[in-house]
Write a protein of this length. Structure first.
Length: 334
């Protein structure tokens, strides 16, 4: 049974609630350093360390990854140390944050080397297009200008639930908007209909467009077009350079190889092997050298099921060479 919600909005006072403004949608933890995003990343890391061995770049015996969240909840230096006007702001989901990456392997770090400007990391784990758009708007509402805005738009299948409720145990949070980024099949949502609580998987309420003929299903597709138009108009007015990447496109094998789309430089004899593997799904068809390059240079630390013959091998986040390619792609506009 969902917990009782203490309403934090007075719906009889529309003037007030329609002028509350917006807040950062970050990680909810401030000025804290962690070695893992969550317990799942930790367990996958330790399991993969045992399966792969000490030759792995991210083996548990080697330099640990640290996630420092600053005073507004992003993996970046504190705001009082930033020179925003002379920086490029980078927005997106965990692919920007750098889940499973050292700081020096993140897109914003590589982008700094290409542009010569500090690049600020506004990535959010699990972030949706709405979360990304919100943070760009809040950035532009907070700062007049910067050297550029780079966006790696998340996949449109994620939906964001936003709320504002009262909690006497956490008075600070009552003053802020909060959100949950919902992912297909992984999350459930509960709602009250005529006095009865109903719980459904997210993909039952918001199925993929290819799986449904629901009239409102393309809603998030419209939103990303709406968001992009709004950001382009603001950046054009303020003369702020803008660069964008669609992660839906980058991770979609139907639109070509990510190595081509992200300008990734890889040894010549590995490319045809990778292209074939992405079609067949047979990771063990790769040579040992190709496997080593892929898990050490193309994957982040949070790989799972790395066992000989295991068809469930999964690499949810990209490594240094792919992130370097994303940065090269973005820097063309700066």
């Amino acid at each position: 049974m969902p917990r009782e919600i203490k309403i934090g909005l007075n719906f009889d006072d529309p003037v007030t609630i329609e002028n509350l403004g917006i807040d950062w949608m970050a990680h909810g933890t401030y000025k804290v350093t962690k070695q893992y995003m969550n317990d799942l990343e930790k367990s996958n890391h330790l399991e993969s360390s045992d399966a792969i061995g000490k030759s792995w770049t991210y083996h548990a015996s080697k330099k640990p990854i640290e996630y420092y969240y600053n005073d507004i909840g992003f993996r970046e230096i504190d705001t009082d140390k930033q020179d925003v006007a002379n920086s490029v702001a980078v927005f997106g989901c965990s692919h920007v944050l750098g889940t499973g990456n050292h700081v020096e392997e993140t897109v914003s770090y590589f982008l700094k080397t290409y542009t010569g400007h500090p690049c600020l990391n506004y990535g959010v784990e699990g972030g949706s297009i709405t979360t990304t758009y919100n943070n760009i708007l809040n950035f532009l509402n907070t700062h007049d200008t910067c050297k550029g805005i780079a966006i790696m738009w998340p996949n449109t299948v994620r939906h964001t639930s936003v709320w504002r409720y009262g909690d006497t145990d956490m008075p600070y949070e009552t003053e802020k908007w909060q959100r949950h980024d919902l992912r297909l099949s992984e999350d459930k949502i509960s709602f009250n209909y005529e006095g009865e609580w109903v719980t459904r998987k997210l993909n039952e309420v918001h199925p993929k467009l290819s799986k449904s003929l629901c009239l409102d299903n393309p809603h998030s597709i419209y939103l990303i077009n709406q968001y992009r138009v709004a950001i382009k108009l603001i950046c054009r007015e303020r003369k702020i350079p803008l660069a964008e990447i669609s992660m839906h496109n980058m991770n979609n094998s139907n639109t070509g190889s990510i190595f081509d789309k992200a300008n990734v430089t890889i040894p010549g004899d590995f490319k045809p092997q990778f292209d074939k593997w992405f079609v067949t799904g047979d990771f063990n068809s790769l040579t040992e050298k190709a496997k080593w390059f892929y898990i050490n240079k193309c994957c982040a630390r949070d790989i799972s099921n790395y066992k000989k013959g295991d068809p469930k091998f999964r690499a949810p986040h990209w490594g240094s060479e792919i992130n370097r390619g994303f940065a090269k792609t973005l820097q063309r506009n700066f």
